[in-house]
Design a protein. Structure first.
Length: 348
């Protein structure tokens, strides 16, 4: 599948930026203000996409150690008694329709779902658009940085029984290593799961419909298909969700610091209907106040505390596993003698 290249996205960002500048110089009308806001957002998102695509061709990324880290990650998941991706993949392979659906969902739904969510949020819930756009940008920045620590996906470990479903049922977005729309040795964290979490959590937070909870199905399906197709480990998705929680907390904290202490939210803004809020958001008022209300001002910090403790425990167990692997390798190479454990009696 062909996605826009970094230079095409950069050109789109420049054109949208020029259009926004031109509209800004014209006499303001409601239609022009809305169009200018749309072009500004397109400029930002195209720039972020261009940076994301450009990062995968930088010479900083090396494939050395990617397979070894994948094996360590697999062993680490086993120490946590997590279910294996291999059992899920074998279940999917027993049902051809399910395997084809997993491939289709992984290859096709990822980006269009995010674009549809951003458009829906921009049009229907403008006052909640900015924090979720910022969280998406921060999350993607985290992923771009972490990707330089190379981790191979399960499909690169055929000796463990994994296969690449796309090679059997088609719809592969990857070619040979080093080609394709995305980096094949950047499994950790999962951009697929991270962006799906933005769509799911953002839809639940922004909408008031009783059907909004169905959006969580997109996140669950994405986590299932990325593992079933052999493209990600379970922890790839878990880490991506944790990073999103941190990104939401960062955005909420920055907004709280930037908001003047002596500017309380007017009562009229609290009681204004959705249509009025949208109009005021287009006029540049009330967006910051609306974005910091509700659950987003409390849950991100509680979640950040929880995930930081979980992350600390995971790192401790990861370090113990790495030390055990290094000692086993030294013993195998003959650089360290095998010492049997001897119980030394204590005095008295």
């Amino acid at each position: 599948m062909m996605w826009p290249t970094w230079d095409q996205a950069a050109a789109a960002a420049i054109l949208c930026g020029i259009a926004a500048i031109v509209l800004r110089r014209l006499r303001p009308t409601r239609a022009r203000i809305i169009a200018m806001s749309a072009f500004v957002e397109l400029t930002l998102m195209s720039s972020l996409y261009s940076v994301w695509r450009l990062a995968r061709v930088l010479p900083l990324a090396q494939t050395d150690g990617a397979i070894q880290r994948a094996r360590q990650l697999d062993r680490f998941q086993r120490t946590l008694h997590m279910p294996t991706e291999l059992s899920l993949q074998r279940f999917v392979l027993r049902h051809e329709w399910l395997a084809r659906f997993s491939n289709l969902y992984y290859a096709v739904v990822h980006v269009p779902a995010l674009i549809a969510f951003l458009v829906w949020l921009f049009v229907r819930h403008r006052d909640k658009y900015a924090p979720w756009r910022n969280a998406l940008a921060i999350l993607t920045a985290f992923c771009v940085v972490i990707r330089f620590v190379r981790v191979a996906p399960p499909r690169f470990l055929p000796d463990l029984g994994y296969i690449d479903l796309a090679t059997r049922y088609g719809l592969s977005i990857y070619g040979p290593v080093g080609t394709g729309v995305s980096d094949q040795f950047a499994a950790m964290p999962s951009i697929h799961v991270g962006w799906a979490a933005v769509v799911a959590f953002g839809a639940v937070a922004a909408s008031t419909s009783r059907w909004r909870w169905l959006a969580l199905g997109h996140l669950l399906l994405t986590m299932m298909v990325v593992s079933a197709t052999g493209n990600h480990w379970w922890l790839d998705g878990i880490v991506a969700i944790g990073l999103l929680v941190i990104a939401i907390g960062i955005d909420a904290g920055v907004r709280r610091l930037m908001r003047p202490a002596a500017s309380p939210i007017p009562t009229a803004d609290r009681q204004a209907p959705a249509s009025v809020s949208v109009r005021r958001a287009y006029q540049g008022t009330g967006e910051s106040a609306a974005a910091t209300r509700g659950w987003a001002s409390v849950i991100p910090w509680l979640s950040f505390h929880f995930f930081s403790r979980v992350w600390k425990r995971l790192l401790q167990r990861w370090q113990l596993l790495l030390k055990a692997d290094q000692r086993r390798q030294r013993i195998t190479d003959g650089r360290e003698p095998v010492v049997d454990r001897v119980d030394v009696p204590t005095a008295g």
